[in-house]
Ligand binder design. Sequence first.
Ligand code: RIB
Length: 321
Amino acid sequence: MEVCACTEEVEVLVFGSVIVDFVAYAERLPKAGETLHGHKFMTGYGGKGANQCVAAARQGAKTAMIAKLGDDSWGSNYLQQLRKENVNVDFVEQCQGEATGIAQISVADSGENHIIIVVGANNLLSGNDVEKARNLFKTAKILVCQFETPLNATLDALNAFEGISILNAAPALVATPPELIKAATIFCVNETEAALTTGCEAISKLEHAKVGLHKLLEMGAKNVIITLGALGAVYATSADPHKFIHVPVGKVPKVVDTTGAGDAFIGALAYNMARFSSLPWHQLIGAANQVAAYSVQHPGTQASFPTGQVNKGVEYAWKEF
Ligand code: RIB
C-alpha cells in the first residue's frame, strides 16, 4: 500500500469534496417549473472541501487535501489549480472512468443561491484513503470534513485524527448519524443546516440559534458553531452548556454572492485555530466572520476568497446571549 512520505508540517488537512461550479446569475431565483433569463454565467472551482482548503491556504496555512477527481479535463484542470493555490495534492487522485463532481448554482441579485450537486468521483473517497495518508493524519494540526463525500469515510477520518477536527455538516442531513456529531471537536453549520439537523423551526434570530446550539450539544456535539449570515456566528461548548456566545459581524455594504461564504468561514477558522491556538474563541470566530463577509461582497466561490488576513489584529466584539 502506498503510504504518505510528506515531511512538511501540514497545518490544515481537508478530507472532502472537490467540485466544479457552473454558476448562472439572474435577477432572482426561479420558481418551480419557471425558466428565467440570466445575465451572467461562469464556471469556477468549488466543492465545500476544496473551498475550505483554498480559503485556509489563502490565509497563509500550509494545507493538504485528500480527495477524488474524475479523469476528465475538469479533473486535470482542478488538480493544476489546487497546486497553484499551494495545496499539497499528494492524495488527490484522478479516478479512471469517473466524472469530476459538478454543482449547478443559481445566484440572485440579492446574493442568495440555490445549489444542486452531482458529486461523481467524490463518492469514491473511502477509509482506505485515510489509511494511505496516515502520516498526515498523525501530524496535521487541524482536520476539516464535510458531508459531500461518503459518511463512513468521513467518520473514519474523524476517528483517525487526534488533533482538532472541524466537521462542517453540509449539506445538512435530516438524520445525521450521532457518531459523526460526537466524533468532531467542532460541529459547524449555518442556520438552515442547524434547523434541518436538529428538527428546529427556521433559525433566523439569536433566540432560535440558542435552541439550535442547545439541541446540538444534547445530540452529542462537543463544541458547536452556527453561522448566521449577516448576524455573524454563535457558539457553545459542552464544557459549559448554558453559556451561549454571539460574535457579530460588521454591516456589509452590498451582498453580491453568498456562495461559498460558509466555506470561507471554515477555512479561515481552521487557519486561525492552527496558527493562533491560544486566542479566545471569539477572536478566532471574529476573524473567520471577516473573511466570510469579504467573500459575500465578491462573485464566485473560491474566486471571492481573500488572500491574506482581513482586519489583522482587531479585537472582535462578543456577548453572552
Ligand atoms: O458551499 C458552496 C459549494 O457548495 C459550491 O462551491 C458547490 O460546489 C457546493 O459544493
